[in-house]
Design a protein around this ligand. Structure first.
Ligand SMILES: [Zn+2]
Length: 495
């Protein structure tokens, strides 16, 4: 669904009276509202009250959006007694909110918003940049107004990634759709992302991708921390004091990891993790059960909750890009991870060392490539022993989900040239195991399974997460052989 049309329900209970309101005011008393009729609202002739039929409304000179706006005014009046026609307001003071307002112009028919993106803290010592790309905001006071958004994208981390991107929008934060009119344009000073929409509700949310809130995360942890299907544990704390949550499914001898959201702006990673978790917990799913007999599946749905809540693209509360924190000495004089700057990586590495690691999937989102793909650890010394596992896992993912593909992806590192500060390289190097970066698109799976109305989104990411079970199950035998572990069926956990 691209755009919802307004639902107008006018019940004509008595003949309308036409009032001329000389005050041209934006505030109407409840008495005015009860009287009914046509009034001038903010210099605009608008139809008011349920006492009018749509036909009469139109005959009085009001257009559809004015009727719709007037209807909302009436509803507000019935609740509060006093009507204030709110001016357009942009809000980001909520979980993951991020936008800067450079200017708003508005009249009765239209509104225009000049916006920018607030940057992450500077990544001192690694990327040496202040990242930006993620945005998420609410605008209210726009019902029926043709609203144009001009988002300055100059200097964003993946500026060309906005090309062919379409903004994500929602009226209820449950159903998200792509705004068809979105265009990315080069300007004389840089670039901007533009879109125009005439909202069918007074409040609408816009984002770079369907958000996955911390409340959703907390709900998920609450649901499964009380489940017999898995073990819940906190393996560390963030700089802002939030717990680092993990769910462990099964009790097989292999230790598999699926860790999401090192980069907090990549909310599709949390959606994928939830899809995986829900299928692992499905007692009727024979493949999930078989996988859990062969392996313990350790799932971290959000390893960077601080950055997520702060509306960052790539950094934690301390300004660290966590996917550059996995080894010391890669960047001159830079020790990593540290408890002071990157406890998230410090604690997960400690957990891997204590519990072992036989395969690791680091889940991300990619701003530019319009496909799901994985990247390996080709540049790591000794990669040739891992390569067959990597190839088989890729093939298994293709079989498991038509939304996955091979071909579109990153250039491979040359032997010996892996950046060991990056998670997948560091894990492959340290544990000699299959370690991949799984990338999902911010845009859509244009190359194989496009869905233009919604693009890649949360529900689709959940299905890909569920499909990981098929791909992992296809490979656990090879993973076990590569690790030379005893393979056996363990006793089931008590119900
Ligand atoms: Zn990432």
């Amino acid at each position: 669904m691209l755009m919802r049309q307004p639902t107008l329900r006018y019940v004509c209970t008595k003949p309308p009276r036409v009032l001329s309101d000389p005050r041209s005011s934006v505030a109407l008393s409840a008495l005015d509202v009860r009287r009914g009729g046509i009034v001038d609202v903010g210099n605009t002739k608008a139809a008011l009250l349920c006492t009018m039929s749509l036909t009469l409304c139109a005959a009085a000179g009001a257009n559809t959006s004015q009727c719709s706006r007037a209807q909302q005014v009436r509803r507000a009046a019935s609740r509060t007694g006093v009507v204030g026609l709110s001016e357009p307001i942009v809000s980001t003071a909520f979980d993951a909110g991020n936008v800067e307002v450079n200017g708003v112009t508005s009249d009765a028919e239209s509104a225009s918003f000049q916006l920018g993106i607030r940057r992450d803290p500077f990544t001192q010592g690694t990327d040496e940049t202040a990242h930006s790309q993620w945005f998420y905001f609410r605008v209210s006071g726009v019902l029926g107004k043709k609203s144009t958004f001009l988002l300055n994208t100059t200097g964003c981390s993946y500026e060309p990634g906005y090309d062919n991107f379409r903004t994500v929008a929602s009226y209820d934060r449950k159903n998200w759709f792509r705004v068809e009119s979105t265009e990315w344009q080069k300007t004389k000073d840089g670039s901007q992302l533009n879109w125009t929409i005439t909202p069918t509700a007074d409040s609408v949310f816009f984002a770079y991708f369907q958000p996955y809130s911390y409340e959703q995360h907390m709900d998920l942890m609450a649901e499964f921390s009380n489940s017999n299907n898995c073990d819940y544990l906190t393996f560390g704390r963030t700089l802002d004091g939030r717990p680092l949550d993990m769910l462990r499914f099964g009790d097989g001898p292999l230790q598999l990891y699926v860790v999401a959201r090192q980069h907090p702006g990549e909310s599709m990673a949390s959606w994928l993790a939830e899809g995986l978790i829900r299928r692992l917990a499905d007692q009727a799913d024979p493949k999930a059960k078989a996988l859990m007999r062969a392996a313990t599946v350790n799932v971290v749905p959000n390893i960077n909750p601080d950055g997520s809540i702060r509306g960052h693209l790539r950094t934690n509360a301390g300004g660290a890009n966590l996917n550059r924190e996995w080894s010391s000495g890669i960047y001159p004089g830079y020790d990593a991870p540290t408890l002071e700057r990157s406890p998230e990586v410090y604690y997960i590495l400690q957990f891997l060392e204590q519990n072992g690691c036989d395969a690791y999937i680091d889940v991300h989102g990619d701003e530019e490539i319009e496909a799901n793909f994985i990247a390996g650890s080709e540049g790591v010394a000794g990669y040739e022993t891992i390569a067959p596992l990597y190839d088989n896992f890729q093939q298994a993912l293709v079989r498991a989900s038509p939304d996955f593909q091979i071909g579109k992806g990153y250039d491979k590192d040359l032997p010996g040239e892996a950046n060991l500060a990056i998670c997948s390289n560091a894990v492959a190097h340290k544990f000699g195991c299959l370690a991949v970066t799984l990338e999902q698109p911010f845009k859509d799976t244009t190359f194989n399974t496009p869905e233009p109305d919604v693009g890649w989104n949360g529900p689709r990411a959940m299905k890909l997460g569920a499909a990981l079970i098929d791909a992992l199950l296809d490979n656990v035998d090879d993973i076990r052989k590569s690790k030379d572990l005893e393979f056996g069926v363990r006793a089931k956990k008590p119900a």
